[in-house]
Design a protein around this ligand. Structure first.
Ligand SMILES: Nc1ncnc2c1ncn2[C@@H]1O[C@H](COP(=O)(O)OP(=O)(O)OP(=O)(O)O)[C@@H](O)[C@H]1O
Ligand SMILES: [Mg+2]
Length: 416
């Protein structure tokens, strides 16, 4: 409706003005010839109508450019007086605001890396490299492409998706998360992301990506499992990365991508990447180059690889990091049931059992699969604990099985 009004408003106004003229002419028509009537009418009313026409025309134009998002900045200044105009020196405030924006762009890579590492276990090299890249790229003021297009590659369950979420939270940016397995079905997927061409059902609402970037231009766009995306969807992303904008199909509007960070994740070529990581542990640049070649050999879309700013290879989890991640995932799973795990309420044998299971799975190991197996065995007791109104539970190993019980605060023993 809004789009239709935007297109046809000048026409509607022209018709209503003509109708008004006709109405007035009808009143003077019988008393004079057509020419004289017109002259008399214009003499009496002409200037008013000219002024009214100009005013309505200007109003129609202003509405139209505003709805199309093409309104010049001065229009808003004319229509709504900026409250800051009342200050004696508005420019001083504007300069201070610009300075503050610039400061926000220059982030401290060390503190960002430290906060990422505090949450993402066992991926210190990736966290440090990512923090450096983000800092350098955000500091660039002139940009015709996104801040960064980063590919996170590596084995499942090593924190790729999780790091993207943590990065968005640390940078206080909106996360637009797309699971590319849901966009594997050709043109339908492309329309879901980039909008529907005019004239089709749904053509008056924006695509998920275009709408998201319109509302949050500085978002972190997470494209999970990018290798699953349909080639047509990939084509749309290539323009987003190369040209610095995406085109919304319904109204042809360009939505800028120059303030966004794109993060792609993939677990293609996992075995080859893990082997390279062992061989080139002390040569990060060599590892990156060899990893790109390995991905290309395994059929990863070359046009995507060519457009990536940086590849981050995630290490398989090892040693105590497996225990940490399993414990974190287990807590997240239990929280999913609306329960909390008491501090000190997990039997260490449970974590040891999870680590053994992880090791038995070899290269296919994923903390998620390990914890899912645990969930199957304790789901019933978690549901029962919830039904009984428990909020905090402990997990104990009894007769080789994991049991969830209500948490009872240890009673302090009286001093002798
Ligand atoms: N390195 C890690 N540090 C902290 N938590 C982790 C780490 N890796 C995995 N996790 C936990 O496991 C969950 C699943 O991890 P995540 O989804 O990031 O794995 P992934 O590498 O994206 O795997 P996949 O390739 O299968 O998508 C996370 O939500 C987090 O709770
Ligand atoms: Mg993932």
């Amino acid at each position: 409706m809004r789009a239709w009004l935007s297109r046809n408003l000048p026409l509607l106004i022209a018709i209503s003005v003509l109708l008004m003229i006709a109405q007035l002419l009808r009143q003077v028509w019988p008393s004079a010839s057509a020419f004289a009537a017109m002259r008399a009418f214009l003499h009496a009313w002409g200037w008013y109508f000219l002024a009214l026409g100009l005013l309505l025309g200007a109003l129609a134009w202003a509405c139209r450019v505003h709805w199309q998002g093409k309104a010049p900045a001065w229009l808003y200044r004319v229509i709504s007086m900026d409250i800051l105009d009342r200050l004696t020196n508005k420019q001083q405030v504007e300069e201070a605001a610009a300075r503050m924006d610039d400061e926000a762009l220059v982030i401290d890579a060390d503190s960002l890396a430290a906060s990422l590492q505090a949450k993402v276990v066992g991926q210190n090299a990736v966290c440090q490299d990512l923090a450096q890249q983000v800092r350098r790229r955000m500091a660039l003021l002139q940009r015709s492409k996104p801040i960064g297009v980063f590919l996170f590659a590596g084995p499942p369950g090593t924190g790729k998706t999780y790091l993207a979420k943590v990065l968005a939270a640390e940078l206080s940016r909106k996360l637009l998360h797309f699971d590319m397995t849901q966009f594997a079905a050709g043109s339908h997927s492309a329309t879901q992301l980039f909008g529907m061409t005019k004239g089709y059902v749904g053509s008056d609402s924006y695509g998920k990506l275009t709408g998201g970037l319109r509302d949050h231009p500085a978002a972190v766009v997470l494209l999970d499992e990018i290798e699953k995306a349909h080639p047509e969807v990939l084509k749309g992303f290539l323009t987003a990365w190369n040209d610095g904008f995406v085109t919304e199909a319904s109204d042809g509007k360009h939505i800028p991508t120059t303030h966004a960070i794109f993060i792609l994740t993939s677990n293609a070529a996992t075995d080859a990447l893990s082997q390279l990581q062992r061989d080139l542990a002390s040569d990060p640049d060599g590892l990156r180059m060899a990893s790109v070649s390995a991905l290309r050999e395994q059929g990863f879309a070359p046009e995507v690889l060519n457009r990536i700013d940086r590849l981050f290879v995630f290490a398989p989890l090892a040693g105590l990091d497996v225990a940490r991640v399993c414990a974190l995932e287990m807590e997240a799973m239990i929280r999913g049931y609306g329960l909390d795990v008491a501090r000190g309420g997990v039997d260490p044998d449970i974590i040891v059992q999870l680590m053994q299971r992880y090791r038995r799975m070899g290269t296919a190991a994923s903390s998620r699969d390990v914890v899912r197996a645990l969930e199957e065995s304790i789901a019933d007791s978690l549901i029962k604990a919830k039904q009984l109104g428990y909020r905090t539970i402990e997990l104990r190993m009894e007769d080789g099985k994991v049991k969830a019980r209500a948490w009872a605060e240890p009673v302090a023993k009286p001093r002798p």
